[in-house]
Ligand binder design. Structure first.
Ligand code: PXP
Length: 242
């Protein structure tokens, strides 16, 4: 099976920095470690409330790295205009709600095609690849295909957060959704809530080309170092892929 790309979400390096309002820890230092350990990409979420990553961070990261940058943001004109100026390699549209602690569910693509299609076209005009963060549901994948998304990122949050029977069911939804997306010719990514214990089953879904993992790795990095935890995650996903 082909290797899977590992994108690292470094939002929470900025969360820690912002807790004191200074410069430490610097997300750019994390970027340099990601480069050293051969991560495949950097993901950052520019939230409307700028609670972690800020506009200046995205600009600096894009300037300082040779790695592809995947910029997550809400699907509205204001944020799309920012993305068009910053020019990351890819934009992942996510639903956003100011009261949430993290992205709680996938984007409702079905039913919002008229709103989303022009935003996607605007990004593609700037040669930015467009990903939609969706729940593993047939109708969402179909809608994403209809409005020209290049990528769907399957939300693994429900799979990650549940136990036993529900977990099995969620895994079967993810497997099915990955197949459907692949049949439509859309690249399949996945992420949210993944850690050393739950990642293998997701990494072994052969249609998935990229995983985006953040909170767990940044948390573990406190104990073992960022480079070490990325290398451990890489070895788990590569083993699962064999
Ligand atoms: N993918 C998307 C679209 C996300 O919004 C997030 C969380 O910001 C992640 C992946 C990473 O999730 P986690 O931080 O739980 O690994």
């Amino acid at each position: 099976m082909k290797n899977i790309r590992l994108g690292i979400n470094i939002d929470h390096v900025a969360t820690l920095r912002n807790a004191r309002g200074g410069m430490h820890p610097d997300p750019i230092r994390a970027v340099k470690i990601l480069e050293e350990v051969h991560a495949d990409g950097i993901t950052v979420h520019l939230r409307e409330d700028r609670r972690h990553i800020k506009d200046e961070d995205v600009k600096n990261i894009i300037q300082e790295t040779f790695l592809p940058v995947n910029l997550e943001l809400a699907g509205n004109n204001e944020m799309i205009n920012i993305a068009c100026l910053l020019k990351p390699n890819a934009v992942c549209l996510v639903p956003e709600n100011r009261a949430e602690v993290t992205t709680e569910g996938g984007l409702a693509v079905a039913g919002q095609e008229k709103k989303l299609k022009p935003l996607i076209q605007k990004l593609k005009k700037e040669k930015i690849r467009v990903s939609l963060f969706v729940d593993p549901k047939n109708e969402e994948i179909e809608a994403a295909a209809n409005i020209g998304a290049d990528i769907v990122e399957l939300h693994t949050g429900r799979y990650s957060d549940t136990i036993s029977n529900i977990k099995k069911k969620e895994l079967s939804h993810l497997i099915k959704a990955a197949k459907i997306a692949d049949n439509y010719g859309i690249e399949v990514h996945a992420g949210h809530g993944l850690n050393f214990s739950n990642v293998a089953k997701i990494a072994s879904i052969k249609q998935i080309k990229e995983l985006n993992i953040g909170h767990f790795l940044i948390g573990e990095a406190i104990f073992s170092g960022l480079g070490n935890v990325i290398q451990k995650m890489r070895s788990i996903i590569d083993d699962a892929r064999k």
